[in-house]
Design a protein around this ligand. Structure first.
Ligand SMILES: Cc1cc2nc3c(=O)[nH]c(=O)nc-3n(C[C@H](O)[C@H](O)[C@H](O)COP(=O)(O)O)c2cc1C
Length: 203
């Protein structure tokens, strides 16, 4: 059985472009794996807390520390269990939403999801495939704003650091340029997620 983890991070709920594309991706994955187990972590609809002092103690003792550790353990466990991870990541102020950054802050834990070796850091979440849907008002994959893209490189670094290196990105860009651009971009991204989902499911 294939385990699919879905991580959404748009604050726009039913109006979210990335979430709609993530939903299409999952529907397509389900065609190849009808019995897939799907776990959804929507940090846009239900944000998880940012790091506090309770998160960084080596051994949790207080109730607050134990609750903080449990949340982090749950986030890590969901990724450990997943064969395929589908992430919806809108661009907010050139980067990822702070809710998604908080999710990564819980996920990246030394000794558990990565470790330091004499040869440098090593990601411990190996053998997983990821599809990341990026939604943006502007155009960043080419042109003058490319240099401002702190969304895709950051995601690539975070995922790669924990060993998730088989990552396919689908970009819905120019969503704020004009209604025509928006419609065309979403249609192109829909076509692309179908192709990507078929490829990833077959891998
Ligand atoms: C708080 C906020 C910040 C945004 N910042 C940017 C930005 O820096 N660059 C950009 O191209 N679009 C930006 N946008 C537009 C979103 O990337 C665009 O609306 C996208 O569709 C959001 O994804 P979603 O529809 O899945 O929520 C921003 C939107 C919001 C709500």
């Amino acid at each position: 059985m294939t385990n699919i983890l879905v991580v959404n991070s748009s604050a726009l709920g039913p109006h979210s472009v990335s979430k709609a594309l993530v939903d299409s991706t999952v529907e397509k994955l389900k065609v190849s794996s009808p019995d897939a187990k799907i776990v959804v972590r929507d940090v846009g609809a239900s944000p998880i807390p940012h790091m506090t002092a309770d998160n960084v103690v080596p051994e949790p003792e207080t109730e607050g520390q134990k609750a903080a550790r449990k949340l982090s353990d749950d986030v890590i466990g969901e990724v450990q269990d997943a064969d395929i991870i589908v992430i919806g990541a809108p661009m907010y102020n050139f980067g990822i939403p702070s809710t998604l950054k908080a999710w990564f802050d819980h996920l990246l834990r030394a000794g558990v999801t990565f470790r330091y070796t004499e040869a440098g850091p090593e990601g411990l979440l190996k053998g997983k495939r990821a599809i990341v849907v990026l939604s943006r008002g502007g155009l960043y994959s080419e042109g003058p704003l490319q240099v401002l893209d702190a969304q895709e490189p950051h995601l690539n670094a975070l995922l790669g650091f924990v060993g998730i290196t088989d990552v396919t990105y689908v970009r819905a860009e120019k969503l704020a340029f004009s209604p025509e651009d928006r419609e065309a971009s979403i249609a192109n991204a829909q076509t692309e997620v179908h192709a990507v989902a078929s490829k990833v499911a077959a891998a």
